[in-house]
Design a protein around this ligand. Structure first.
Ligand SMILES: [Zn+2]
Length: 174
């Protein structure tokens, strides 16, 4: 019912057409699908999805560290930046982010400052370290966001096995 008011704004057409309520499993499947696309494009194998406070799908994003030559272009950071530009800062307020990999300390902080109030991840930080190795920022998302005002709920792992398949594929390619 909100689609009509957005229809004359080209940049928001896609977002308007995506406005549907999603359950947690479907939202995470989209985040994992985004992680596959990121890997296929030559980036790190991570994806993230933003749902509004009302549970509507707003935006999907994948990691772009390689394609953007930007070490901060984690999927969650790309998601926050694109949502802010395309939908406005209010779109993130009270929202939920589904991430195929547990958000790192940088992304957890960005999600908090963006006003996201629930974070759900698939692959845990220890599993990512086990499967991919390399650099490790070991702080857990729930620890980074513990005691914030207002509070942020951190949940996971959800569909960890499916997310791990993409990580294993990335490890095989490395
Ligand atoms: Zn991150």
């Amino acid at each position: 019912m909100h689609a009509v008011e957005r229809i004359d704004v080209p940049g928001q057409l896609k977002a308007a057409s995506l406005r549907m309520k999603l359950d947690d499993t479907t939202a995470m499947q989209l985040a994992i699908a985004a992680s596959r696309r990121a890997l296929a494009a030559g980036n790190r194998p991570y994806g993230a999805v933003l749902l509004s406070a009302a549970g509507e799908l707003l935006l999907e994003a994948g990691n772009r560290q390689a394609t953007d030559a930007d070490c901060t272009a984690h999927a969650e950071m790309v998601l926050v930046r694109e949502a802010t530009v395309r939908l406005g800062t209010a779109a993130l307020r009270g929202g939920t982010v589904f991430a195929s990999g547990e958000p790192c300390a940088m992304c957890a902080g960005a999600l908090f400052w963006a006003g996201v109030r629930r974070v759900v991840f698939a692959a845990s930080n220890p599993l990512m370290a086990e499967l991919l190795g390399g650099e490790l920022l070991p702080a857990r998302c729930a620890d980074v966001l513990a005691g914030t005002t207002p509070p942020v709920r951190v949940e996971g792992p959800l569909l960890e096995h499916e997310a791990a398949e993409v990580l294993r594929e990335a490890a095989r390619r490395a």
